[in-house]
Design a protein around this ligand. Structure first.
Ligand code: AMP
Ligand code: ZN
Length: 472
């Protein structure tokens, strides 16, 4: 499989460190509010990546953190703690907020068929791990204390901007947002590993540390949680593109300074979901959530389908018109699959199966091209082969796409069958007699009853779902 690696800016052949096994880390949500559907675009695409790796035979271990402390309103080290802001907004404790929005996040994921990672670890559960790594960074000369906080010294690194596409200018973000620059930093790019009281007045969650009572920075949590569960060498790290800088850049800086060697081989970044007025965010424009889409009558799976129709490395514009188009296409797709369900079963056509399966794999092997994988699904429907072969392929593809294709198609098919409620009682009674005759193996009677039903203008057939009667 070829995957675009943000480190090399190239599509590379994906080769895990240990043959057949993949260690995968995903930056999890900051649980101060509901996830918006932009956040969820990232999680959908990461879910497809994980599922496709498994589909390709890899044994994947996937870890995700839950940010319940340390993420300030600016991704630099300025502004309020987002969790504290959430708690103030709702007059609750930080832990109540964290608990509520963690559950809400996984409920949204379930609606979108996003699998829960093998390990989910809240930052507040790993304070000792953070202290251990920060202490070591100080010992090794990579971190310093200033104004009561502990900072990572980026000037100690040969290369800090590892993704290559950031400049000193990017660091002025905090200043541009109208928040004071932190005078304690030796270098503009330095970042906080541990905050103490000099950074806050009323922080609710704080812990004792060798540097005073305080709380960890956001970046350190992902490095430590990844190392805790996936060891010193990581295959694959994922997140939204906005995480590349400063978050992932800082994760690499501190992890490699601590370990003394390269840490992660592949960086997978999902581009943004935008609205017509720019990047989707919780504070700007309509706050688009899964619940809101449901309230408006959309099946959340339609949003997943909408996301899969475009490549993860292209920004995607959300509008209700675009979602309506996806919804219409999904309904038609399901109707086509439902029709296959009523066709007679037959042997799998191996040649057609292999050819169509190869098309699907080729799409995903090429940097997880989900839009071409969806095209491969339509290719199955169009193919000159039998229904059983098509249904077998669709069920396999859906292990990766997770569009609940068979479940929805079966429901649609059941609806068709129940449309037979319009069938006159006389015809239904004849069908019942025919069923009894078949049961008694009186096929001559069964056939004559079928002919009688046909004379009255109806067709009777046996399908996987049972007997189907339709008007001629
Ligand atoms: P947060 O909860 O803010 O820590 O973000 C959770 C994930 O959503 C991160 O991987 C972000 O990079 C990602 N993200 C944030 N905004 C968007 C967006 N508009 N489109 C896609 N992903 C996003
Ligand atoms: Zn992270």
């Amino acid at each position: 499989m070829k995957l675009y690696n943000s480190l090399s800016h190239e599509k590379e052949e994906f080769k895990p460190i240990i043959d057949g096994k993949v260690s995968m880390y995903t930056c999890g949500p900051t649980v101060y509010h509901f996830a918006h559907i932009g956040n969820l675009r990232s999680y959908i695409m990461e879910d497809v990546l994980e599922k496709y790796l498994r589909f390709s035979g890899y044994d994947v271990k996937r870890v995700m953190n839950i940010t319940d402390v340390g993420h300030l309103t600016s991704d630099g080290d300025t502004g309020d703690d987002k969790m504290l802001k959430g708690a103030k907004r709702e007059h609750k404790t930080v832990m109540e907020i964290a608990d509520f929005y963690t559950k809400a996040f996984f409920a949204d994921c379930a609606e979108l068929n996003i699998k829960t990672p093998d390990v989910v670890e809240p930052a507040t559960g790993c304070i000792d791990d953070f202290i251990k790594v920060i202490s070591s960074l100080i010992e090794k000369g990579y971190a310093y204390e200033a104004g009561g906080n502990i900072y990572f010294d980026t000037s100690k690194l040969k290369e800090y901007y590892v993704f290559g596409d950031f400049s000193e200018e990017d660091l002025a973000v905090a200043v541009r947002e109208g928040v004071d620059e932190d005078g304690n930093k030796k270098n503009k790019a330095d970042f906080v590993l541990w905050f103490t009281k000099s950074k806050f007045d009323d922080q609710e969650l704080k812990w004792d540390s060798p540097w005073g009572v305080g709380y960890p920075g956001w970046h350190i949590e992902c490095s430590c949680i990844s190392m805790k569960h996936l060891g010193e060498y990581l295959d694959l790290h994922c997140g939204g593109i906005d995480n590349a800088f400063p978050h992932h850049t800082n994760e690499i800086a501190q992890s490699e300074a601590y370990l003394g060697h390269k840490w992660c081989n592949y960086w997978f970044h999902v581009h943004h979901l935008n609205t017509s007025s720019g990047k989707m965010s919780k504070s700007k424009g309509e706050f688009l959530t899964v619940s809101l889409l449901k309230e408006k009558g959309y099946d959340p799976i339609v949003y997943r389908f909408f996301c899969l129709q475009s490549h993860y490395r292209k920004s995607l514009v959300f509008s209700y018109e675009n979602l309506d188009n996806a919804s219409g296409a999904y309904t038609k797709l399901i109707a086509r699959i439902a029709r296959l369900l009523s066709e007679p079963a037959s042997d799998i056509d191996k040649t057609a199966y292999d050819e169509l399966m190869n098309g699907f794999k080729a799409a995903l092997d090429n940097d997880l091209n989900t839009s071409l994988a969806v095209t491969a699904l339509y290719d199955v429907l169009k193919a000159e082969t039998n229904a059983s072969t098509k249904l077998a392929l669709i069920a396999e593809f859906d292990k990766v796409l997770s569009l609940d294709l068979m479940g929805h198609a079966k429901k649609a098919e059941e609806k068709n069958v129940s449309a037979e409620d319009d069938i006159p009682e006389e015809i239904k009674a004849l069908a019942e007699q025919r069923k009894e005759a078949r049961k008694a193996k009186d096929f001559a009677l069964a056939d004559s009853l079928r002919d009688k039903i046909a004379e009255l203008g109806y067709v009777i057939e046996e399908t996987r779902q049972g007997t189907k009667i339709t008007r001629k």
